[in-house]
Design a protein around this ligand. Structure first.
Ligand SMILES: N[C@@H](CCC(=O)N[C@@H](CS)C(=O)NCC(=O)O)C(=O)O
Length: 208
């Protein structure tokens, strides 16, 4: 049985919950209250090296990081969600955009709006005075422009006929863009892609 260490408000956890639903894989959920710092234990560090959610145990194997978990699940249970070899580089590039560009822009911007600046600063490991909200906003605009350009010419991010794990990774926080006060209507290709994902069989919306 798979066990997902989960938090209902986390976009990173949502990527995994969504993917498990899309591939029809059963799992048990274990709530980790990261906002109450309940993740900061030696026991949880055995499962997740940075004490972060999401983490997954699959039999005797523990995997942490949403991207690593998506790849683990696709390789083991749903290889149709991996791009074919000619597109594998594109799939990994857009997984990287999720893990770097989105994780350093839209993700923290949303966090400031959802939990407030003081709490967000704590989770980001900086003092509140050093919280660079205009920088997050500028980086968010930049990544959204790039994503919109890519999706204007490609139905799915890896340039494939079917969605891959890269779409699920990037969708995690794009699904929550309004919580960061982002108007996705300004990015028509992202808006159209975002409307395609809920049409996939098994889709579950974000949130508790
Ligand atoms: N690279 C990781 C980042 C995970 C992450 O940022 N998790 C946040 C919740 S969304 C967390 O556990 N924060 C609590 C903490 O860092 O103490 C991933 O993609 O899963």
């Amino acid at each position: 049985m798979l066990t997902l260490y989960d938090h209902p408000r986390s976009g990173n956890c949502y990527k995994v919950r969504l993917f498990l639903a899309l591939i029809g894989k059963e799992y048990q959920s274990r709530f980790v209250d990261v906002l109450a710092r309940k993740n900061q234990t030696a026991a949880f560090e055995q499962v997740s090296a940075f004490q972060q959610v999401p983490a997954l145990t699959d039999g005797g194997t523990a995997i942490w990081d949403s991207h690593a978990i998506l790849l683990h699940l696709a390789h083991h249970y749903a290889p149709e969600w991996l791009a074919p070899l000619p597109r594998i580089g594109a799939m990994h590039a857009w997984l990287s955009v999720s893990a770097n560009e989105i994780a350093n822009s839209l993700q923290p911007l949303r966090l400031t709006r959802v939990v407030g600046n003081a709490e967000a600063a704590h989770h980001l490991g900086v003092s509140e005075a050093l919280l660079d909200i205009p920088g997050m906003q500028a980086r968010t605009d930049r990544v959204l422009r790039r994503l919109d350009k890519r999706l204007a010419d490609n139905k799915w991010l890896a340039g494939t006929d079917a969605p891959t794990v890269a779409d699920i990774a990037c969708y995690g926080y794009l699904a929550l863009a309004e919580e960061a006060a982002i108007d996705i209507a300004a990015y028509p290709a992202i808006a159209a892609w975002r409307d395609r994902i809920p049409q996939l069989p098994g889709y579950v919306p974000p949130g508790p």
